[in-house]
Design a protein around this ligand. Sequence first.
Ligand code: ASP
Length: 443
Amino acid sequence: MKKKLRLPLYVQILAGIFLGVLLGILSIEMGFETGIKNWIKPFGTIFMKLLKLIAMPLVLASLVVGVSSIRNIQKLSRIGGRTFIIYIFTTITAISVGLLIVNIIQPGQSLSVETRDTLRAKYAPDLDAKINQTQQFQESGPLKFLEDMVPDNIVAAASDTRMMLQVIFFALLLGVSLILIPENKSKPLIAFFNSLNEAILKMVDIIMLFAPIGVMALIAGVLVDIAGDDPSSVWQLLYSLLLYSITVVLGLLAMLIFFYPTLLWIFAKRFSPIRFFKAISPAQLMAFSTSSSAATLPVTIERAEQHLGVSKEVSGFVLPLGATMNMDGTSLYQAVAAVFIAQAYGIDLSFTQQITIILTATLASIGSAAVPGAGLVMLIIVLNSVGLDPAGIALVMAPDRLLDMLRTTVNVTSDCTVATIVASGEGQLKDISTNQSLKNEEV
Ligand code: ASP
């Protein structure tokens, strides 16, 4: 019998992205936007909903399994501590790279006063809603983020992807409690979550069969949305913001091409970066297509466990935390955007102000929900911290949807890098082909 040819997942997703771009551009040119909105975009929405549907139960199951399988509080604190330190380190590096590049290129200088005013007028209606969203956040005390992390109703928390941090809190507490009770009592619940975990990872495989179509529909929908009522505006606005976008993209590429491979080379020496990128490419492409680390999480976990060889114990703990808290791409983008806006207003940011950006962009990226556009909303907090007008976000709104795709790709790559490093340090990185541990002696 003839063997059925099956293209690798990343090729299928790439084909979906390509077709989506083609479809989007053709329909904008031919005035077929409504057709795309009515007949194509819904498939993207369905795909996104399917991914979000499994994200919450997966976070719960994988964290409970991850934490409880560590079975030792000391080891848990060690893995937790390392993960946290590496996450903060990668985020601060990302922001510094962003600041360096934006200070060299100075994209804000190129913005004319007219373009600035046009952009502000165009986005004025959206602006108020976004500023209101962060107002509550800023009016509350400094410990508000801690308050928000603790759920009072797990069912309510689990019903909203933006509250993933609360579900993480519950899962960590449950996992730790399962370690502390006698084994015969914890076993049935751990077995339940283990089985749930496996079943959901299978659901990922099933949903991914739909990925090329879902991705095509998402991309075509995004392009049509950006075009809005005035198709030529995409090109005009993208052109005037090209330099800014190039600055963000250069920073993100520097992270992808130099920083993560270097980290892997230092801390997981026997792990070739090429193999690493090959293994995670479907997760990167999903991040690019969905602009949501949360929606990508199921694919990220599946790739880390089954293609990178990261143990369940490490991936179940490190990846859900990373998807919500570790956003290098987002923080880099926030730093570049803040300086760009300052430059556009003709304001020179002092050294102290740039240090403030490092601090607030770190916090803002931790606080950003892993959903599309969250980074833009949290940018307002970074702007406020250095005394810039929050309405400045109007200047960077036009290319935001596209930059969101790229920064989410970096966010997910960073999570996978850290999971690999932590697994390597714990001797829990397997060579998938030989099933041998790849423990890095240097670590
Ligand atoms: N979309 C990003 C993510 O989910 C967050 C952001 O930067 O808007 O990772």
